[in-house]
Each structure stands twice: as C-alpha cells, then as structure tokens.
Design a protein around this ligand. Structure first.
Ligand SMILES: N[C@@H](CCC(=O)N[C@@H](CS)C(=O)NCC(=O)O)C(=O)O
Length: 205
C-alpha cells in the first residue's frame, strides 16, 4: 500500500506535444507559469508517443495538445488547457470583472477563426487555397488590430499570446505575408526566455 502511494506521488504532470504545432502554445504557457511538467513528444503522423505507446490511448481525438494530470486525468483542447494555466497563474490572465470571459472569448476566436482554418488550407490543392488563405489573413488582421499596446490584452502577456504567436509563426513559415504588427510581435515574443526554452526543448531552430 505504501509503495502504491509513493508511486502515485512521484508521477508528474505531462504535456503531450508535437514539435512546432499548436501544443507549443501550451508548452510556452506552462513554462511562463513556472508549473512543473514533463514534455512528452508525440509523432503526429504515426500517433506514437516517444518512448512507446499509442497517443490515441491518451487522447482518442488524436490531436495535440493533451495535459495529463498527476492523477491520470487528461485535459485536451488548447482553449481548455490555456484557460487552466491562466487560472493557476493570474499574472498570465486578463484582469477586470470579465477577465476570464474575455480570455475565453479570445481563445475561442483564435481556435475557431484562425487555427481551424489551417487544416482546411493545408488539405486543399495549391490552386484552390486562395480563398481560405484570404480568410486566415482577414482574421490575423483582426488579431493584429489588438496589438497596439504590445499584446492581445494590452501591455500584459497572457496565455492567449503564445496561441496567436504559434499560429502567426507557423503561418510565416508557410509563406503567409502577415499584417503588421504581427512580424514585430513574433520577433518580440521569440525573445522571451520561456519561448527560447520551449523552442530548445522541442528541437526547433
Ligand atoms: N481542437 C483541437 C485541435 C488541435 C489540433 O488541430 N492539433 C493538430 C496540431 S496543431 C493535430 O494534432 N493534428 C493531428 C492530426 O490532424 O492528425 C485543439 O484546439 O486543441
């Protein structure tokens, strides 16, 4: 009995992540929040977990990210994981009486209007991608309009920023000409120590 209790206590929270994908946002947010966790890499094509096992046993949806708590419970979806981090790190959450709702509003917007257009864009043959590319750029433009004071919620970096950052960074890699100030925003966020650490841990340049 004593042994079983000790084993359970020694488990650590795990973030299942695929290098460079949107799980990078959760990775950055957890590092910014200074929450202890182990990074577990997932092969997004084969759904194999580094070190063995099928990722679909962890998240039957097959998507990264997933956050596995010490008791074995698993939380999925960027919106839910980033909101969970913000609840534990108020310095990474928008303030004010509607702060939590404003965060969910922003995370849902990023997930549904920007993030979810990328799988569609990438699945289309090159010749007929233009309309989806324009829609992505339109919504990046909306987000860019929020960055006047540096971040999505003004002068404070919140958990919504690594989500927008990862998508803008990925879009730039795909050759999208992003509306300003997203170029500056990417360059500035890239310099944050937590972002540098996440890039290093994910093996990104
Ligand atoms: N609704 C999920 C979607 C996550 C998602 O699209 N993850 C991509 C990487 S960015 C993925 O794991 N794709 C694997 C696949 O399509 O098989 C969320 O927002 O967390």
């Amino acid at each position: 009995m004593q042994i079983a209790i000790n084993i359970r206590r020694s488990r650590s929270m795990k973030l299942y992540s695929a290098p460079g994908f949107t799980s990078l946002a959760d990775h950055i947010a957890l590092l910014e929040a200074e929450l202890p966790f182990k990074l577990v890499k997932v092969d997004i094509e084969t759904k194999q977990i580094e070190g063995g096992g099928s990722y679909t046993d962890i998240n039957p949806k097959g998507y990264v990210p997933a956050l596995e708590f010490n008791d074995g419970e698993v939380l999925t979806e960027n919106v839910a994981i980033l909101a969970w981090v913000a609840d534990r790190a108020p310095q990474l959450a928008p303030q004010g009486h509607l702060g939590r709702e404003r965060l969910l509003e922003m995370l849902s917007f990023i997930a549904t209007e920007i993030h979810k257009r990328f799988p569609t864009y990438l699945s289309l043959p090159e010749g007929i991608r233009e309309q989806t590319a324009q829609e992505i750029l339109h919504w990046f433009g909306f987000a860019a309009g929020r960055l006047e004071r540096g971040y999505l919620f003004g002068e404070t970096f919140t958990v919504a920023d690594p989500y927008l950052f990862q998508l803008a960074w990925g879009a730039a890699q795909l050759g999208f000409r992003l509306p300003e100030p997203l170029g500056d925003y990417i360059a500035r966020i890239e310099q944050r120590p937590a972002v540098q650490a996440a890039f290093h841990r994910e093996g990104l340049a």
